[in-house]
Design a protein around this ligand. Structure first.
Ligand code: PEP
Ligand code: MG
Length: 865
């Protein structure tokens, strides 16, 4: 079996389509090699080997060893150097690379192959001992950290001490002699910690680094990242072993990252950053603040020219904006990586629209380029222009949005403050992948160092959080938990505000306002609407939500939960009176008082959705939710209703249910107290009459919740139809039994709406309200990849939905089918709904654009095959 894939000299075993085996980096290195771009030769060990290694006692097969040796030989031939050779040594990098990029989450070792002999050979060959020993000290540092898990501060502190003693500020000021000395110091630190010498044998270095990279798939931060981004644990990482090229060989060398278009705004400008005399990690880690790519045009016009060609070639080839890593070794350009660039959502829309308008891609492809979930981020707030603000510093506008929060100075603090319900801003010199949990818990990040491609900036854009980076006027003290800037000291817990679109840092809490949708957004959503076949409705219970949803493109209401209308303080006393009524007469009196309220609600909602269908669901949740629970509430109610407090207590007690979610709710309530549904249906009929008289065409559909027995629906429909003879009646399918006998239920139903919140609850037997703690553990342990309440479980719950559709259609081919559980606004669930042929999905108003785009993508993908 092929486990190792070579690339070099214009030939490659892999290509861009092999991301699951080779990881994104490996697949694209192969592809760039095939495109005859200057990629240093090397090879990729497949993700399969990682999975085997992690499962089978951490060992490597003879077959793998043989294939690695063979690929290494080919690499040596192309690079005209030999691994472990004492005169002309080949050095390699060992890099992780999963199927999707997980920036900084896993490990990398550079300059591998150096030892006390080869470092001398390298010094001689390059006539540059300073460079050779700089590479060696970097290797010792990285190897000790990645392979032996030595905390980085041991060697970093030693390096700082060394520089301080000699009055040096920058690493680049160190002479060759200094670096030789530092290598000795580092090796001694290694011996002190591990009681053995630093490994001299390049082969041992190689295999232990490969093992370490595989193991880093399961390190805490990578696991956390996968949990946040729902990446399966069983993908594994590939390992890329690539010949080293050096950006730290002097002033004609350097390293950088460039984007074929601006990833922040989407503008069609060549955008990037670089550092001279540096290796890749210096740029990414944000340790030195890099220069803007424009300067390279002056500093190295020839290289810049070449990069421009690469920009065109890669963007046209991949038909998307690329994020390219490059190294310049003594004036010669090498490419180390390309991938589809992470971008802000604003940029994603602009790029997709521009590429289509430039004729580079079709509109369908443009629609496929934006992750529906990301549209959420467009709804980020901005600073209210009228608000007073005290700007105390300015950094790089690394990721948009305006946020306020309390300052915290470590990821751990961020998590613990957030757990107490506080909004926090994480303030750091720079962030690192260990901080991922704290970053997720924060509103935004502020860093003193690092550029637009620093860790903080990349992570912020991806998470859709606000970030101001490289704000060098900050003087942060981790120990005192404070930051000094412009003569002001901000302590932990003090409020501050960031504007990630301008880079401004402000004191205190500045007012923000919600996003206004850009013309790109409007264009893009119009394209989405054109290509989707499934309809998108909204779950809305108020005229305000209905109008808002319609503005976003909603094509009706799929779920109007009438119980939400009853919590209003003017109505609650009557609702309580209705529930506590001792006899039917009393109940009817209370219901009569509620009817005008309901009628007015329906007039307003139906009017807001004029000409579009509105599914009104009759009362669903258990009655006890409406009852008073505290003594104070009971006293108030006793005064309102003229009943004794004891009476009320007694009645509340008698209505107590051990398991209300499976109790007296939905159609069960409608059957035991039919006058409730009768009042609601009367109110609907009256509302329609009023709308008609106002000349409006309104289209209500009456929906009965929680049906599981054919006769439940039959019983209710017979009764309610007498009040509303020509109205469509339908039911929710939200218990497994309803799905299993959907053909029988369909006899009485004009439509089904899948209530997948309850259907998930009842299929798994997981309580909707109580499962969060164990679901978190399930995700951590990889037992579930997704929370089934967020993303539809297609093989279980989805199977029931599919079955109900089949049975329903068999009974009644014209039956209308939709979904109104939370899944109706989650992209993968929406795609599933398209696949099984639902007529519509219904979701919360803010998620309409997400559902619309997901529906368009589902239809486009299906048509492309
Ligand atoms: C459902 O169960 O999926 C549903 C939409 O109803 P509710 O969330 O109101 O129970
Ligand atoms: Mg329900």
């Amino acid at each position: 079996m092929k486990l190792v894939f070579f690339f070099g000299g214009g030939l490659a075993d892999g290509n861009a389509s092999m991301k699951s085996e080779l990881g994104g980096k490996g697949a694209n290195l192969a592809e760039m090699t095939l495109l005859k771009l200057p990629v240093p030769a090397g090879f990729t060990i497949s993700t399969k080997v990682c999975l085997d290694y992690l499962h089978d006692n951490a060992s490597f097969s003879p077959e793998l060893k043989e294939q690695v040796l063979e690929a290494l030989k080919k690499t040596e031939k192309i690079m005209e150097a030999k691994f472990a050779d004492i005169e002309n040594p080949l050095l390699v990098s060992v890099r992780s690379g999963a199927r999707v990029s997980m920036p900084g989450m896993m490990d990398t070792v550079l300059n591998l192959g150096l030892n006390t002999v080869t470092v001398e050979a390298l010094a001689k060959k390059t006539q540059n001992p300073k460079f050779a020993y700089d590479s060696y000290r970097r290797f010792i540092q990285m190897y000790s950290n990645v392979v032996k898990e030595l905390e980085t501060h041991h060697m970093e502190d030693a390096l700082e001490n060394y520089k301080n003693q000699r009055g040096l500020n920058e690493d680049t000021e160190l002479s060759a002699e200094d670096l030789i000395e530092i290598c000795n110091i580092f090796r001694q630190i290694y011996v002190k910690h591990f009681h053995e010498p630093f490994p001299e044998d390049p082969s041992e270095q190689l295999w232990s680094s490969i093992a370490a990279v595989f193991k880093s798939w399961n390190c805490a931060r990578a696991k956390k990242y996968r949990e946040i981004h729902s990446i399966p644990n069983d993908w594994g990482t590939a390992v890329n072993i690539c010949s080293m090229v050096y950006g730290n060989m002097g002033d004609q060398s350097g390293t950088g990252v460039c984007f074929t278009r601006d990833p922040s705004t989407g503008e069609n400008i060549f955008y990037g950053e670089y550092l001279l005399n540096a290796q890749g990690e210096d740029v990414v880690a944000g340790i030195r603040t890099p220069k803007n790519l424009n300067l390279l045009e002056k500093e190295m016009p020839h290289v810049y020219e070449q990069l421009l060609e690469v920009r065109d070639k890669l963007e046209n080839h991949y038909r998307d904006v690329q994020d390219i890593e490059f190294t310049i070794q003594q004036g010669k350009l090498y490419l180390l990586q390309t991938r589809n660039a992470k971008r802000t959502t604003q940029a994603a829309l602009k790029i997709a629209i521009d590429l289509a308008n430039e004729g580079k891609i079709s509109r369908q492809e443009a629609l496929l380029k934006v992750n529906p979930q990301d549209l959420d981020k467009l709804l980020h707030p901005t600073l209210d222009p009228r608000a007073h603000k005290q700007v105390i510093a300015k950094g790089l506008p690394a990721s948009p949005g305006a946020v306020s929060g309390r300052a915290v100075f470590s990821a751990v603090e961020a998590e613990s403050w957030a757990a107490r319900g506080e909004q926090v801003i994480l303030v750091r010199d720079e962030t690192s992948p260990e901080d991922i949990g704290g970053m997720y818990a924060s509103q935004g990040f502020l860093t003193a160092r690092g550029g637009m491609t620093s860790h903080a900036a990349v992570v912020a854009r991806q998470m859709g959080k606000c970030c101001v980076a490289g704000c060098s006027s900050l003087s942060i003290s981790q120990i005192h938990k404070s930051v000094r800037v412009a003569g002001i000291e901000i302590m932990e817990g003090d409020w501050m505000t960031l504007d990630g679109s301008t880079g401004e840092v402000m004191l205190g809490k500045v007012e923000t306002k919600n996003a206004e949708l850009s013309s790109d957004f409007v264009t893009f959503m119009a394209w989405a609407k054109e290509y989707r076949t499934m309809r998108v409705r909204a779950n809305a219970d108020t005229p305000r939500d209905a109008a808002f949803a319609r503005n976003f493109g909603a094509e009706g209401i799929g779920l109007c939960r009438t119980e939400h209308m009853f919590f209003d303080e003017n109505r609650l006393p009557f609702v309580r009176q209705m529930i506590l009524a001792k006899n039917i007469q009393e109940r009817k009196e209370a219901l009569e008082k509620l009817r005008p309220f309901q009628r007015d609600d329906f007039v307003a909602i139906l009017s807001a959705m004029e000409n579009l269908p509105v599914t009104i669901r009759l009362l669903d949740p258990p009655l006890h939710e409406f009852l008073p629970h505290t003594d104070k509430d009971m006293m108030t109610l006793s005064n309102q209703l003229g009943l004794s407090a004891d009476d009320i207590k007694q009645r509340v007690k008698s209505l107590h249910e051990a398991n209300p979610m499976l109790g007296h709710r939905g159609c069960r309530l409608g059957i035991s107290h039919p006058e409730i549904y009768e009042m609601q249906v009367k109110a609907i009929v009256e509302a329609v009459e009023i709308c008609k008289n106002q000349g409006k065409k309104v289209l209500p559909e009456i929906m009965i919740p929680l049906v599981g027995i054919q006769q439940e629906l039959e019983w209710l429909r017979n009764r309610l139809q007498k009040i509303a003879p020509h109205f469509p009646f339908g039911t929710m399918i939200e218990v497994p039994r309803a799905a299993l006998i959907a053909d029988k239920i369909a006899i009485q139903a004009d439509f089904f709406s899948f209530g997948t919140n309850d259907l998930t609850q009842t299929t798994y037997g997981f309580s909707r309200d109580d499962s969060a703690p164990f679901l978190r553990v399930y995700k951590q342990e990889g037992i579930l990849v997704e929370d089934p309440f967020a993303s539809l479980d297609q093989e279980g719950v989805g199977r029931l939905v599919e079955l109900a559709c089949e049975l329903g259609r068999k009974q009644k081919p014209e039956i209308k089918l939709g979904i109104c559980g939370e899944h109706g606004g989650e992209p993968s669930s929406v795609k599933f709904c398209h696949k099984i042929g639902l007529n519509y999905v219904s979701c919360s108003p803010f998620r309409i654009p997400i559902a619309m785009l997901a529906a368009a993508q589902a239809s486009i993908s299906q048509n492309f095959g």
